[in-house]
Ligand binder design. Sequence first.
Ligand code: ASP
Ligand code: MG
Length: 424
Amino acid sequence: MARIVMKFGGTSVADLDRIRNVARHVKREVDAGHEVAVVVSAMSGKTNELVGWVQNMPKVAGANHSIYDAREYDAIVASGEQVTSGLLAIALQAMGINARSWQGWQIPIRTDNAHGAARILEIEGEDIIRRMQEGQVAVVAGFQGLGPDNRLSTLGRGGSDTSAVAIAAAVKADRCDIYTDVDGVYTTDPRIEPKARRLKKIAFEEMLEMASLGAKVLQVRSVELAMVFKVRTFVRSSFEDPDAPGMGDLLNPPGTLICDEEEIVEQEVVTGIAYAKDEAQISLRRLADRPGVSAAIFGPLAESHINVDMIVQNISEDGSKTDMTFTVPSGDVEKALRVLGENKDKIGYDVVQNESGLVKVSVIGIGMRSHAGVAATAFQALAEKGINIKAITTSEIKISILIDGPYAELAVRTLHSCYGLDKS
Ligand code: ASP
Ligand code: MG
């Protein structure tokens, strides 16, 4: 017997038929004797619709930035999950399964006060654990919690992944199964490289890099939580026949396990290739090379909530002037240029240049820590394809390379094959 948290995303509960199909997945695990809690998203498209309604309401007279009251936003957008949790509980009951829906406030899932993008602080798991032990399936509304002001809060878009991992940690589940519309995590985006392979296992750190770089399978925050609490998280498809052979296999069901690196016996040097589109590069020319220059640049950018990613500074030739290049999301370029302009005297640069439409491709793998030459292989492979590199940054487990947008797909395929990821 195991304790399992099963999470179903919006496409998996998109209509009543699919909710009945989800109930069959749950029944399979219950029939196998496991203790089960389920976390659901809203029906696909529902949250967007609710957000749209909020945005179309009249604005408070005189309000400049906050266009609506974040507490009422949460009250409205949290309703999508309330509906699916109730519907799934009914579908389960119809199959003879003892099931009960739970809203975030009923558990409660306590969050901070950041309405619209709240963080989970604490989950009181005892009640759910007791009911699971009594054989009742808890169907929990994802995405929502209870703020310190005693009001509904929501966790930010895609937040029901985080609900699921947090509940799995709170009830000490053996596994958190994230059912979605893809059947696992791939070595790269299969739409770009059809030879991409589904990974059997991926380490938390690697998945965090993949998710942060735009592999949209999981909310980044959920991977952080899984890593901190060592929640073995399994990405799998809800569209496979719930009763197909192997689906209820406890040790090796079809999908990708995100786990501690120690659980990965045959560690590859490189695990995956990720990419992030719409990057922009900003260069400050002929800066004074003195203490405090970086602080003068990146302090004001941070205060303006501009997410700076790669930073490259040149060693100056004569010890007096240098160049600084960094990247931001394309959508933030104008704001960044404005901030830099306002601080020109404090920073002390000559000119600022910028270029948008760039792409960052990244090679990820914890095996890199103990292997030399991984970066050189990438550079050589890109050179052979005539792809120019604009900037490079590295970490222990990642090499990120900035290139021109039109080369993105070629670069992804080139890197994917130069490490043999296309061979099983
Ligand atoms: N329904 C919410 C959203 O669309 C939460 C989720 O699906 O994870 O963002
Ligand atoms: Mg999602």
